[in-house]
Write a protein that binds this ligand. Structure first.
Ligand SMILES: [Zn+2]
Length: 177
């Protein structure tokens, strides 16, 4: 039984990664780097290399994976959320009205750092576990981290090395280590 469940999770995980690769490939020509957007406060919190590596796409409707079709019925609420931004690997999508919203870009850059530090499989597993165990989007530890750091950015707290902070906080969370 445990083996069956693990095989199913493995299939869902690879289905998800495949969907992400296809989605990113479909929007490759619309991508630009965060650095090219010329935000003035992000460079105080992220290195030039990080902002040059992170990519973004402005889009009327955010592409969300067909999670329930993949058998992940626990994520029906997530699928219905119609988010303003979402991050897949090193690329995030931003809904058109938020194209110049520096705070939202900051939030999504936290997720880029999470994807990078955990790696795709561990990120997806941790995000799904966090979503199910905490009972929803805003209680997910990976979202709590993003919203807390975003709040510090919004309150104009003194600049800090965000990527180093994300790595530290991820390493302190279980069972990611
Ligand atoms: Zn988020």
């Amino acid at each position: 039984m445990v083996v069956v469940r693990m095989n199913q999770q493995r299939r869902q995980l690879s289905g998800m990664l495949e969907w992400i690769e296809c989605t990113l490939a479909a929007h490759r020509s619309e991508v630009c780097t965060v650095q090219s957007l010329g935000f003035t406060r992000l460079p105080q919190y992220f290195s030039a290399a990080t902002l040059a590596a992170a990519k973004t796409v402005v889009i009327p409707t955010i592409p969300v994976p067909p999670l329930t079709m993949m058998g992940l019925s626990e994520f029906a609420d997530f699928e219905r959320m119609a988010p303003d931004g979402i991050t897949y690997l090193d690329t995030f999508f931003v809904r058109t009205p938020y194209a110049r919203d520096e705070s939202l870009h900051f939030h999504e850059l936290i997720h880029v750092a999470q994807w990078d530090h955990l790696g795709p499989e561990r990120f997806l597993t941790a995000y799904a576990a966090g979503h199910m165990q905490s009972g929803g989007y805003r209680q997910n530890p990976l979202e709590i981290m993003a919203y807390q750091l975003q709040a510090a950015f919004d309150l104009r707290s003194p600049p800090f090395d965000v990527v180093a902070r994300v790595k530290r906080e991820l390493d302190a969370l279980h069972p990611f280590g």
